[in-house]
Design a binder for this molecule. Structure first.
Ligand code: FAD
Ligand code: PYC
Length: 404
């Protein structure tokens, strides 16, 4: 590693903070970094600073279970997440960075009539929108995922499933690092360990961004801070319909490739996939209380394993290697908040709750377009903050993989 990058392999050393930028992005997670990348690449806007209070992408991007799918419930949601899935499938090539994108097939198990009905509903909406999803029954499930326990002699027998062949996983850090590398190579400045502590507002515009390294001016500000969305928006005088709730996950010790499919049971509050390095990546329902904390609990692990072992008894002898939590910014309709705010130069990318990793490419691309053109693209118009005043919610609760 010679002269150009003396102490870091992928990224330039953190520069001094300038007094002003055309665009300031608050939050150096996948979404903020993707927006910076597309601003530079698609629109030639490179006088951009990404401000990240911790280390690069150490928030929910580092903590998620990397499931990518577009089997949503509403046409607005399906269209949006499918654009992201398509961007994901070519992202290693786009970024010249291997994100280990791996199509596995995604099974959402149904254990009762209500879940079968929602699965059928999702399958029909998906097919209508050109997305590959189908309702399958136990004989087909046995062929897709022979590891599953399809016995009727359990608490909650599997009645069927929504099968979504393009469902995939990816290397979460790789996605953030690839976008960061692509952005900095084009001139974007990355300021890690730089916390935004205040926002000065004058005449419906943000005039100054205060940080623990000094104050800067910005032509446009984008907030992309996930679990801290309400707190940062409050600095700009905005109140969001968002509640922050911890979501926990864990991984097992790594084993040889064993489980191809991504398996989700909303009713049993359990999901699992096997990562490219062999760990079983497992999660459960969101914690039952709002909290700004990334501590993890024994209760989570016990509840998860109780149900997991009913679905996949073969995992019984695996040991848990790591456990952690992230902070999910939950909206009432389980859809994101994207686009304009009542402030003229302040844009928002929030409300990603338990579902936003899969949206990293599309949110970055479409928020960059919004900032560059000052026009909200049709694709993200349904997710405007103003929908909560217009009674125009985009209800995706039935397609959230984890219970809430
Ligand atoms: P983040 O990666 O959290 O980035 C926001 C950044 O803002 C953070 O790095 C934070 O440090 C920074 N920040 C906050 N405040 C400030 C400040 N004042 N100044 C400067 N910086 C600040 N989604 C899926 O699609 N599929 C999944 O399988 C999935 N599984 C999940 C599992 C778990 C356990 C969790 C917690 C979430 C999961 N999600 C999943 C949701 C997904 O992780 C998030 O929606 C997504 O990562 C949000 O990305 P982001 O870039 O907006 O946020
Ligand atoms: O959105 O698919 C998802 C998901 C799975 C686990 C957490 N989120």
């Amino acid at each position: 590693l010679s002269g150009k990058y003396p102490s870091q392999r992928h990224f330039p050393v953190r520069p001094a903070l300038k007094s002003s930028y055309d665009v300031v992005i608050i939050g150096g997670g996948g979404h903020g970094l993707a927006a910076a990348y597309y601003l530079a690449k698609d629109w030639g806007i490179t006088n951009v600073a990404v401000l990240e209070k911790g280390y690069l992408a150490g928030g929910n991007t580092a903590r998620n279970t990397t499931i990518v799918r577009s089997n949503y419930l509403t046409p607005e949601g399906v269209r949006f997440y499918d654009e992201s899935r398509q961007l994901f499938s070519d992202l290693s090539h786009e970024l010249d960075y291997n994100i280990l994108y791996s199509e596995r097939g995604h099974l959402t198990l149904a254990h009762n009539d209500a879940a079968m009905r929602t699965s059928r509903w999702r399958a029909e909406v998906n097919k209508h929108m050109g997305v590959d999803s189908e309702l399958v029954y136990p004989d087909e499930i046995a062929k897709i995922c022979p590891q599953l326990n399809l016995s009727r002699d359990v608490h909650h027998p599997i009645e069927g499933a929504l099968y979504h062949p393009p469902g995939a996983i990816a290397r979460h850090d790789g996605v953030a690092w690839g976008y960061a590398k692509g952005a900095t190579e084009r001139g974007v400045e990355l300021h890690t360990h730089t916390e935004v502590t205040g926002l000065k507002v004058n005449n419906d515009e943000v005039t100054q961004v205060e940080t623990d390294r000094g104050t800067i001016k910005a032509g446009v500000v984008l907030q992309a801070v996930a679990g801290m969305s309400s707190e940062v928006a409050r600095m700009a005088g905005l109140k969001l319909p968002i509640k922050t709730i911890p979501l926990q996950a864990c991984v097992s010790e790594p084993v040889k490739p064993y489980l191809d499919s991504i398996v989700v049971s909303g009713s049993l509050h359990t999901y699992v996939s096997q990562s490219s390095r062999g760990e079983m990546v497992m999660g459960s329902a969101a914690d039952p209380y709002g909290l700004y904390s990334t501590r993890s609990t024994l209760e989570f692990k016990e509840d998860l394993m109780m149900n997991m072992l009913e679905l996949l008894p073969c995992l019984a002898s695996l040991r848990v290697l790591r456990q952690w939590a992230g902070m999910a910014d939950m909206t009432p309709d389980f859809s994101p908040v994207m686009g304009e705010t009542p402030l003229k130069n302040y844009y928002i990318d929030a409300g990603w709750g338990t579902w936003g990793f899969k949206a990293t490419p599309v949110s970055g691309k479409r928020m960059a377009e919004t900032i560059a053109t000052r026009q909200v693209p049709d694709l993200i118009k349904p997710f405007a903050l103003s929908r909560f005043e217009r009674f125009a919610q985009v209800g995706e609760r039935g397609a959230a993989s984890v219970g809430h």
